[in-house]
Ligand binder design. Structure first.
Ligand code: FMN
Length: 148
């Protein structure tokens, strides 16, 4: 099964969350997830080649998409991703009014393609450090892998 995680990260928080998720899929479910840094991607055909995928994003400005995520965000509605499983995760900071809104924006955008999200959008404040964070991460992994 071809499962890919595409992430953006400026200061490392979303990268650390992505690494944690990949590690837990392997340890808890023996599922391999391939990580791709958005800035290293030449095109986004990997989404169409995936059986399942995860988008990981931070939120910038005043609820703005990271600049490096704009191209894939715009490209997604034109892709046929029907029958694929996806999830969206991200980090943000509750000092901002628009907390982690880019996670929800990606979810809405991917929904248009006919792909199925069996998870609740996973939002982590800066880094996973509370019981609630780890419960939400485990639930994300459980819901995602049960749908594969
Ligand atoms: C200029 C600036 C604007 C930000 N705006 C938001 C925001 O609107 N909503 C939010 O939830 N977090 C916001 N953040 C917080 C980042 O999303 C958060 O620090 C995130 O973990 C960064 O991810 P990264 O370390 O992967 O780059 C902002 C941070 C900066 C520096």
């Amino acid at each position: 099964m071809n499962i890919n995680l595409i992430y953006a990260s400026l200061t490392g928080n979303t990268e650390a969350l992505s690494e944690l998720i990949v590690e837990k899929f392997k340890e808890e479910k023996d599922i391999d997830v391939n990580m791709h840094f958005i800035e290293d991607m030449e095109d986004f055909s990997i989404l169409e080649e995936s059986d399942a995928f995860i988008i990981a994003t931070y939120t910038y400005g005043e609820g703005d998409l990271p600049e490096e995520m704009e191209e894939i965000f715009e490209a997604i509605p034109d892709m046929d991703l029907s029958g694929k499983i996806y999830g969206v995760i991200g980090t943000g900071d509750t000092v901002y009014d628009e907390y982690c809104v880019c996670v929800d924006q990606f979810d809405e955008q991917i929904k248009k393609t006919g792909a199925t999200n069996p998870t609740s959008n996973l939002k982590i404040e800066i880094e996973a450090d509370s019981d609630e964070d780890f419960e939400n991460i485990d639930k994300f992994i459980e819901d995602f892998s049960s749908a594969l």
